[in-house]
Design a protein around this ligand. Structure first.
Ligand code: ADP
Ligand code: MG
Length: 252
């Protein structure tokens, strides 16, 4: 099967810091991949390169076989790539439903010339559907700026999903929320992803979350892929345990 995402010899440096060093990754369509690594390992840089926010110094990135290095983030979005940020990028003075309607309207506006714009009623109906899918009905009319962090995270991801993407990158979707809430967020997101056969890559520090939701786990260390395998294999790998999870080596 052709990978949804393939990177070859991806390199990116910031001065003396090498944030990506020969990154070679294949991600199959419809799979959920967890991306782990200590702070500064290059996880966000990787997502920034895959979404056109940063241009790699060298190397190749293909999306369903199409080279995307050199395309703008807007062009990559049009190819069906969506993302969320470590800190949700929301308009605080719009309500949750208005935020979704805006995203849906923007999506329509990007349609090909001659495409009929959908009616306001249709936009609202789709926004309500998304609110339900993410369990946000109760917050429909709350201003984004007043929402609790976990709800902001979910709204931000629902907005990304409003574009009906094929590929979704989530940068720390559960950071800054209570442990119990992390599972609630991921349950919603992964159910929505599985429902549409979306390819997902999510950055996560909580190894229980990584284990539960990933088909595959990529572990980054100092800009390199340390290991890329099934969750059980990666999470029990000695290097991963010592360098990333920070567990004391067991005494003999
Ligand atoms: N725009 C930038 N300018 C300079 N250095 C950067 C920039 N973005 C990232 N870096 C550096 O690259 C390395 C990888 O950063 P990042 O990808 O944000 O790591 P992670 O998301 O894994 O914590 C870090 O050393 C970071 O300081
Ligand atoms: Mg980061």
């Amino acid at each position: 099967m052709e990978p949804a995402i393939r990177t070859r010899n991806l390199m990116k440096s910031f001065g003396a810091v090498v944030a990506a060093r020969d990154v070679n990754v294949d991600i199959l369509p419809g799979t959920i991949s967890g991306l782990i690594g200590t702070n500064g390992a290059g996880k966000t840089t990787f997502i920034n390169m895959l979404t056109g926010y940063l241009r790699p110094d060298s190397g190749s990135i293909t999306l369903d076989g199409t080279e995307i290095v050199g395309l703008t983030s807007r062009e990559i979005t049009r190819l069906g790539v969506a993302r969320s940020f470590q800190i949700p990028q929301l308009f605080n003075t719009l309500s949750a439903i208005e935020s979704l309607e805006l995203a849906l309207a923007a999506q329509q506006a990007r349609g090909l010339r001659g495409f009929a714009l959908v009616s306001e009623d249709e936009l609202e109906a789709r926004a309500v559907e998304l609110l339900k899918e993410f369990g946000l009905e109760g917050f429909a009319n709350s201003l984004a700026g007043t929402l609790p962090e976990g709800i902001r995270k979910l709204l931000d991801i629902a907005i990304a999903m409003a574009r009906s993407p094929r590929v979704l990158f989530l940068d720390e979707p559960t950071s800054g929320v209570a442990a119990e809430e992390k599972f609630a967020i991921m349950d919603r997101v992964i159910a929505a992803a599985r429902h549409t056969g979306l390819t997902v890559l999510f950055v996560e520090h909580d190894m229980e979350i990584v284990r539960r939701y990933s088909d595959r786990v990529l572990a980054f260390f100092e800009g390199r892929v340390l290991i890329d395998d099934k969750p059980d294999v990666v999470l029990s790998d000695t290097q991963v345990r010592t360098l990333i999870i920070g567990e004391e080596p067991a005494h003999a």
